[in-house]
Design a binder for this molecule. Structure first.
Ligand code: BGC
Length: 743
């Protein structure tokens, strides 16, 4: 029986589905459902459980442990999907085992964390979010998918859409920052970019929206820690990006590691059954995070493997990643009646449906082509797109006396600091199959752009050590230069998974190095490379120009040089607040007002004794080499009812002498509501390009949808009354207006 070939499976399917062979190639979703049912009807229980099991190969390691016998597992039909395996040849080899050596020859699905690029590495997600450029973000997902799919992949574990207001948490680097409106728009375009219009298209990857849910609110920013939050906060802030991704068509969802209000996400039927399936109608499949079913034992909600698997399956979790718990226990659980076989059918059906959608039953090897691999990987167009995205992701935090862009008169530049000639860290964490040796360091980028300038590079100190032995050389080099570029930051391992910090200042002796260089009196530009907002008060007070560049990927150095020399006018805006110190965390712009709003003249109002309430840099903040003026807001009407709408218009003028882009941001505030309103909530934005002296009208159309929130009884809707509108280039400096929603 072992070698009943795939073709036989297909003919059985045809018979069951009653359709011809052309049909199977151009199948619509409902005919896919028929095929799934037919296939399930000939599968044994073990074969179905196999489809619910995902193991890693040993090509890459993204979690605590490997399973050396994964090849045997494939041969035995015990595994339906493999991750951390890529490359046309290797995926073909594994697929051949599944197709030729198992009874039904059901193809494997290959997954990988193609998060911000596959081989061509784009800026880390937090950096891309700083661009507020949805078209570009979609394009980078498209390219990532094309490269990944050309190397045999079918499925990416992205986008990560966890909202976080806590920069101590290392995984803020993987997301879109603190705001759910921006996060939702990015989630949508990422899913569209990865998946395209049809999963069968060879240039696409199935997307996984992760980590469901609440992971970004881990207590005290410590990774994997508990999350306790109200249903209102969950639904209003943490869930919308997931909903947006699912509405955009994401076919899989990954569970989170944390517990949510005491119930581990991986055993949480409120999340997976009530919200995801019942409320949102999700019909893709749910995969756990790495060994998350096993971790139910450590959470303390299961005594043994069987109980853990039952909890997860009952909660609506379809596929287990890496712990093998489903593989080991589901058959027993069916046998002794603790779970129904129909539960297995349901989950296996969800997984098989995606395999059909990917076209794997048409040709299991269609993605594994050495030819396509050679054509698609790191093409000049991909590299160019990476540079384009990278320069758009840079945020200019400070620029006193227009020190930037660097003047044409400068002849000697000292590049000082551990990030100055650093390639390794440029591609950041979760850089898939990216090769850091192909990334462009800042120094290299500067030289590429200005071969006639003399660059003197001195590291000065390490990223995270206290060594001061290089200070003297750094000072001496600075003294010889007309300008100093101080390249400071974190190593790529200081953010990402399992990389939380309680002190988010510049690590090691870097700030001391900055002080020494500052004492030379030379003009200094600080270029920061890091995976989270940092506390950089001293730099802000003392260094005239500061660029936040995050980790910009393969073309980092070229993109930074584009901005430093003014070939590109920076246009990024912060997607996450920069606190003044760790004590202010969690800090975010869309808080509620308190009953004692801050008043400097009154003791009993909300404040700290030792630091002001305001952050160092607010959400949405970022400068340009030009300046933009905002007209007062004009409203098409001062009132509307629930079926109406109002246009809020501002005229934005480029008042400087360079062309530039501006992210025009639109916020709302409900003045009085049954639930304390947020002081401001982003509801729209538009990135515009203006020549010097040029003006543009930017119009935001306000409808009842923008005014909705979770009301006192948790129904989602608006309440009549007065609203405020804020429009500006960041969340603080805005033009304001008011209107009324009538009964
Ligand atoms: C991470 C996921 C990732 C998975 C597979 C886990 O440790 O939390 O985000 O997709 O590993 O690599």
């Amino acid at each position: 029986m072992k070698k009943l070939h795939l073709l036989i499976v297909l003919s059985v399917l045809l018979a069951f589905a009653g359709c011809g062979s052309t049909d199977i190639k151009n199948s619509s979703k409902s005919s896919i459902d028929q095929k799934v049912d037919s296939l399930l009807s000939i599968m044994t229980l073990d074969e179905k459980i196999g489809q619910l099991t995902l193991y890693t190969s040993d090509m890459d390691q993204t979690g605590a442990f490997l399973r050396p016998e994964y090849l045997e597992d494939i041969k035995n039909g015990d595994v339906g999907a493999i991750f951390n395996a890529y490359g046309a040849e290797y995926t073909r080899k594994l697929q051949e085992i599944a197709v030729n050596e198992t009874r039904l020859g059901i193809p494997l699905m290959f997954g990988y964390d193609v998060v911000h690029g596959h081989r061509t590495i784009f800026p880390v997600p937090l950096a891309e979010a700083s661009s507020w450029d949805l078209d570009m973000m979609k394009q980078t997902a498209e390219i990532a998918a094309r490269e990944g799919a050309a190397e045999g992949l079918h499925w990416t574990f992205a986008p990560m859409v966890d909202i976080s207001k806590d920069p101590r948490w290392g995984r803020v680097i993987e997301g879109a920052g603190e705001d759910h409106y921006l996060g939702s728009r990015i989630a949508e375009v990422k899913v569209q970019g990865f998946q395209g219009d049809d999963l069968k298209d060879l240039n696409t990857l199935a997307a996984t929206v992760k980590h469901f849910a609440g992971y970004g609110a881990a207590q005290a920013g410590r990774d994997y820690h508990s999350v306790d939050m109200s249903d209102r906060e969950l639904r209003e802030v943490y869930l919308p990006p997931f909903k947006a991704a699912i509405d955009a068509g994401a076919v899989s969802v990954m569970t989170a590691f944390n517990d949510l209000n005491g119930i581990p996400a991986t055993a949480n039927s409120y999340l997976f059954q009530d919200i995801l399936r019942d409320e949102w109608g999700f019909d893709g499949f749910v995969v756990t995070d790495y060994t998350a079913i096993m971790e139910l034992l450590f959470h303390g909600v299961a005594e043994n493997e069987h109980q853990a698997s039952k909890l997860a399956l009952d909660a609506g979790v379809d596929m287990s990643m890496q712990d093998g718990y489903y593989h080991q226990t589901l058959a027993d659980l069916v046998e002794d009646g603790r779970i129904e076989e129909s539960q297995i059918d349901r989950s296996a059906g969800y997984v098989l449906r995606v395999k059909f959608q990917l076209g794997l039953f048409d040709d299991p090897f269609r993605y594994s082509s050495t030819e396509r691999q050679e054509q698609e990987i790191m093409t000049p167009e991909n590299i160019e797109a990476a540079r384009d995205m990278a320069k758009r992701s840079i945020v200019l935090l400070k620029n006193e006396n227009q020190l930037l862009p660097i003047s044409e008169d400068i002849q000697t530049i000292a590049v000082i600091g551990p990030m100055g000639d650093n390639q390794r860290d440029m591609i950041g964490s979760w850089s898939a199959a990216g090769d850091w040796t192909k990334s462009v360091s800042l120094l290299q980028g500067l030289k590429n752009q200005k071969p006639d300038i003399e660059f003197i590079f001195v590291e000065g100190t390490g990223i995270n050590d206290d060594s001061r032995t290089g200070f003297a050389d750094a000072v001496e080099a600075s003294q010889r230069a007309d300008l100093v570029i101080l390249a400071l930051g974190e190593s790529y391992e200081m953010s990402g998974e399992a990389a939380s910090r309680t002190d988010i200042s510049l690590p090691g002796a870097q700030e001391d190095l900055a002080r020494e260089i500052h004492a030379t009196g030379k003009p200094i530009v600080a270029v920061l490379m890091n995976g989270r907002p940092l506390t950089i008060n001293w730099l802000d007070e003392n260094i005239p120009s500061i660029l936040e560049t995050w980790f910009l990927g393969t073309t980092a150095g070229d993109a930074i040089a584009d901005v430093l020399f003014g070939n590109y006018n920076p246009s990024g805006k912060l997607p996450m607040t920069f606190p003044r110190n760790v004590g202010q965390i969690p800090i975010h712009y869309n808080m509620r007002n308190t009953g004692r709003p801050f008043d400097p003249n009154s003791k009993y109002t909300t404040k700290y004794l030792d630091v002001e309430n305001e952050p160092l840099y607010v959400f949405g903040y970022g400068l340009s080499y030009t300046t933009f003026d905002y007209s007062p807001v004009s409203l098409s009407s001062k009132s509307m009812d629930v079926s109406g709408s109002i246009d809020a218009t501002v005229t934005v003028t480029n008042t400087g002498n360079r062309a530039g882009e501006e992210v025009v941001q639109f916020y709302l505030h409900d003045k009085v509501a049954s639930v304390a309103p947020r002081v401001k909530q982003l509801k729209g934005f538009e990135k515009i390009y203006l020549e010097p002296g040029e003006s543009k009208d930017v119009v935001f159309n306000i409808t009842n949808n923008d005014l909705k929130f979770y009301r006192l009884d948790m129904s989602y809707g608006s309440e009549p009354g007065e609203f405020m509108i804020f429009i500006g280039g960041n969340s603080r400096d805005t033009q304001n207006a008011e209107f009324e929603l009538q009964d």
